[in-house]
Design a protein around this ligand. Structure first.
Ligand code: UD1
Ligand code: CA
Length: 506
């Protein structure tokens, strides 16, 4: 097998097995551990993506606990990947990591199937592992013609991990002993098994067949294949991590938080290196699936989530959260906006305090101002909704002005209906549009109008009660409030008004 050591070049004949069936008791969660999010991405997807970058052969993920949900996450993450087949195998009884890998055997043996030359086996709970490291492990494995190669780390606190027992210090590896099975001397070993293995194709399944659950947990340990190789006089290689943090196995919430912090820092560094300006990197939260163009500026306390893609020269001010949005170039998003599953085109301006719920399109140069909520709405090029509005299920054309306090009444308590507003319409302040309704292009809706019927192009619509004005009324009331006795007395002298007199506005 030739050995590519460049990033993104797969190793021919290399299959990947990812173990993701475990329950993760130590997490104290109702959700499968491997689905716990790290920087917005299910933990096991870090192992899967790593696998996809090196696999020249199949990738098999072993699922068990919450198999359906884990399988679904894998399918979504690999949709559109057509170069490496990703297969899923269920481990029905969770009898240990050795048992997990054994479940993949039917996918590699039997008629018409070829056994891969090598396997790389990854735990589903080591999200900090780097591609360069597993490439190094693969190269060492080939160079030393090993049957099994393991990745190790030297930790100050090795508790919880399997310890690497060597014949003598720095010498050949003889076996791995699990934390729970280790004696006092073995517990003192600081070199741990990271849970990343390269195993020769001819060695793997025969060795797994021979595993016995003779340990404290009564499990079939994958780690026991190391001792099996030694006993068969097959070479075992080991690569020690330069940065032991990379080998972090996430079993607990504390370890999850640590992984999260590390990955978020790496993401920020990647963005900074790509030309993004961050006023305060430490308070800027960017999920793993987010992209940001150069010369965009992120102010402190910005949160960018999911699959959000932000273009170049954008400004995102403090307190804003953007989830699964596509933002064009030169967009300005002011403070405290919440934006979800929406599309914001070049040069648009949003906020402060704007709320976009799913499926909003803000076209080029359009403006959504403070305290405007929009849902399933298109705001046309150059249109403005600057203040205090609700725009739901609306299709708004170009150059439209939506006055302050405009409400699309899109819900009658049973169903939703659409509002259509043509190009160049002027909607006066405090207008209600009772959907379904259409306002024709070029029309003017006077302030305070309730639009209940479709409006033809270029019309004026006005619906208000006639105004009543009583000159001097307010001054009289003030006077009454100032000296109530005097005005009461005055009132008493005055003859009572007739009904007709009272009706007439004065
Ligand atoms: C494992 C290693 C340990 C190593 C540590 C590194 C074994 C026996 N021990 O311990 O030497 O130091 O990882 O982090 O392998 N899984 C299954 N099916 C099962 C059991 C586990 O698919 O029946 C999966 C889990 O989902 C997880 C991975 O295997 O992704 C590791 O299992 P876990 O229980 O976390 O092993 P550790 O006790 O951490
Ligand atoms: Ca673990």
């Amino acid at each position: 097998m030739t050995a590519p050591d460049k990033a993104d070049v797969p190793f021919p004949g290399l299959a990947v097995v990812i173990m993701a069936a475990g329950l993760g008791k130590r997490m104290h969660s109702k959700h499968a551990k491997v689905l716990q999010p790290v920087a917005g991405r299910a933990m096991m997807l870090y192992s899967l993506e790593l696998g996809m970058r090196v696999a020249g052969d199949r990738i098999v993920v072993v699922v068990g606990h919450q198999a359906d949900r884990v399988g679904q996450v894998i399918k979504e993450a690999t949709a559109g990947n057509d170069h490496t087949p990703v297969l899923i195998v269920e481990q029905r009884d969770l009898l240990g990591t050795g048992h997990a890998v054994l479940q993949t055997r039917p996918l590699f043996t039997g008629s018409g199937r070829t056994m891969p030359q090598q396997f790389i086996i990854l735990n589903g709970d080591t999200p900090l592992l780097q591609e360069t490291t597993i490439r190094r492990l693969l190269l060492v494995h080939q160079k030393e013609q090993a049957a099994v190669s393991i990745l190790t780390a030297i930790l100050d606190d090795a508790s919880g991990y399997g310890r690497v027992v060597r014949q003598s210090s720095g010498d050949r590896v003889s076996r791995i002993v699990e934390d729970r099975d280790a004696n006092a001397a073995e517990k003192g070993i600081r070199e741990v098994n990271v849970g990343t293995y390269v195993v020769d194709g001819d060695f793997l399944f025969p060795a797994l067949e021979m595993l016995r659950p003779s340990n404290r947990q009564g499990e079939y340990y994958l780690t026991d294949i190391v001792q099996a190789a030694v006993e068969q006089n097959r070479p075992v290689a080991a690569v020690v991590l330069d940065d032991p943090n990379e080998g972090l196995g996430v079993n607990t919430r504390r370890q999850l938080a640590k992984a999260e912090q590390t990955i978020r820092r790496q993401i920020r560094h990647r963005c900074l290196d790509a030309g993004v300006r961050m006023m305060d990197p430490a308070s800027t939260w960017i999920d793993a699936g987010v992209t940001i163009g150069k010369d965009s500026v992120l102010y402190p306390n910005v949160i960018l989530e999911g699959t959000t893609a932000i273009g170049e020269d954008c400004i995102v001010r403090s307190g804003t959260r953007i989830t699964d949005c596509v933002v064009g170039n030169g967009v300005e998003i002011l403070d405290h906006c919440v934006l979800r599953e929406s599309h914001i085109e070049d040069g648009a301006t949003l906020g402060p305090f704007a709320h976009l719920r799913p499926h909003v399109t803000v076209r080029k140069g359009a403006k959504i101002g403070n305290f405007v909520e929009a849902k399933k709405t298109e705001l046309g090029e150059g249109s403005k909704a600057n203040h205090l509005s609700y725009l739901g299920d609306a299709k708004i054309g170009k150059g439209v002005n939506i006055g302050a306090g405009t409400i699309t009444c899109n819900y009658d308590g049973v169903r939703k209906a659409e509002t259509v507003i043509g190009d160049g319409v002027f909607i006066g302040s405090d207008t209600q549009l009772i959907a379904p309704v259409t306002v024709g292009a070029g029309s003017v809706i006077a302030a305070g109008t309730t639009v209940t019927e479709n409006v033809p192009d270029d019309s004026l619509v006005i619906s208000r009660l006639q105004q009543v004005t009583r000159p001097g009324w307010a001054a009289k009331r003030r006077a009454m409030q100032e000296s109530p006795q005097k005005s009461q007395a005055k009132r008493r002298v005055k003859p009572r008004q007739t009904k007709a007199q009272r009706k007439k506005p004065r």
